[in-house]
Design a protein around this ligand. Structure first.
Ligand code: PEP
Ligand code: MN
Length: 337
């Protein structure tokens, strides 16, 4: 951390700032210029609130030079983390696709979609059994019945499963069925919940919060990692901006940035990221070109009558076409599907 002091700060004030930092356990490297003094703070500053320093009399600016997260950081773990989940490698050179409906609606619906996405090359089946809906009157998911259907479809079509857990009390139930636990965007900063996932043996698919900065997203990953669960997969799913044409703004630049800052695999979800079927394919292509390790795509056999997110769900044929297209993009950047 580097602290720049205001011009011509009296020596007594400089000493007070240094004393305060020494009392917090830091060593100070002082550099005295003609009219500005700069203090280099030596030690682990991750625990301190930078604002507590900013408000000290005589302080002009404070800049962190190391990240506030450790286990999630690439400086802690130089190589990409690769998670082998039932022989699907996540974070490797291979781009992994997760596909399926927004919600599990019925056995017939799920089996039809699972068969289609498998045929097109998806490795993981998605589907919500517990749905975080904006309206309390909207379809809330089939609950455990949905989890059972996911397991059945996964067994029949040799797919892995990812499904959302909405709160702490659901973890032990969902763990019995799923291969990967999804944390929804609305829960990214539910700290008591995500801390609990640090104790889970299942990998966690961590969606970026609707208004979360990249740093906040990585801090949430840190919560899970610091609890002992090393398998966290990041997913950019669009953030809220002033734009209203799309449901969210898929932050493509977050993909290379998260990959630079962290060793964790980074996925993209252009379905929730755009909210519009016609925009999903171009944004999926862009995400792969930007270096995503995988995609999450909503697919529905009858999107006009879907119980949730029909407008952003691809028809199975569109999904299949997308898989063909991203194969070409992947190979042009030295990756495969
Ligand atoms: C989902 O993937 O089903 C979902 C609700 O996504 P998000 O949390 O990103 O809105
Ligand atoms: Mn959805």
């Amino acid at each position: 951390m580097v602290i720049t002091l205001e011009r011509n700060v009296p020596e007594k004030q400089v000493e007070e700032i240094i004393k305060k930092l020494n009392n917090l356990g830091f060593d100070i490297h002082r550099s005295t210029g003609v009219n500005r003094t700069v203090l280099g703070v030596i030690g682990d500053t991750a625990k301190i609130d930078i604002r507590d320093i900013k408000i000290l009399p005589g302080v002009f600016n404070v800049v962190r030079i190391s990240e506030p997260y450790k286990l999630a950081s690439r400086s802690y773990h130089k190589d990409n983390s690769v998670f082998n989940i039932k022989n699907v490698n996540i974070g490797s050179n291979e781009i992994v696709t997760i596909a399926g409906p927004c919600s599990v609606e019925s056995e017939k619906q799920l089996m039809t979609i699972a068969s289609e996405v498998k045929k097109a090359g998806a490795k993981i089946l998605r589907g919500g059994a517990f749905k975080p809906r904006t309206s309390p009157y909207a379809f809330q998911g089939l609950g455990e019945k949905g989890l059972k259907l996911l397991r059945k479809a996964a067994a029949e079509f040799e797919l892995l499963i990812v499904t959302e857990v909405m709160d702490k009390d659901q973890i032990s139930l969902v763990e019995q069925y799923t291969d990967i636990i999804q944390v929804g965007a609305r829960n990214m900063q539910n700290f008591t919940f995500i801390r609990e996932l640090g104790k889970s043996a299942k990998p966690v698919f961590l969606k970026r919060g609707i208004s979360a900065t990249i740093e906040e997203w990585l801090m949430s990953a840190e919560y899970i990692l610091s609890g002992g669960n090393k398998q966290v997969i990041l997913c950019e799913r669009g953030i809220r901006t002033f734009e209203t044409y799309t449901r969210n703004t898929l932050d493509i630049s977050a993909i290379p940035i998260a990959k630079k800052l962290s060793h964790l695999p980074v996925f993209a979800d252009p379905s929730h990221g755009t909210g519009l079927r016609n925009e999903v394919i171009p944004m999926a292509r862009a995400a792969v070109a930007a270096g995503a390790d995988g995609l999450m795509i909503e697919v529905h056999n009858n999107p006009e009558n879907a119980l949730s997110d029909g407008a952003q769900s691809l028809y199975p044929e569109q999904f299949s076409e997308l898989m063909t297209q991203i194969k070409t993009i992947a190979s042009s950047i030295g990756r495969n599907i």
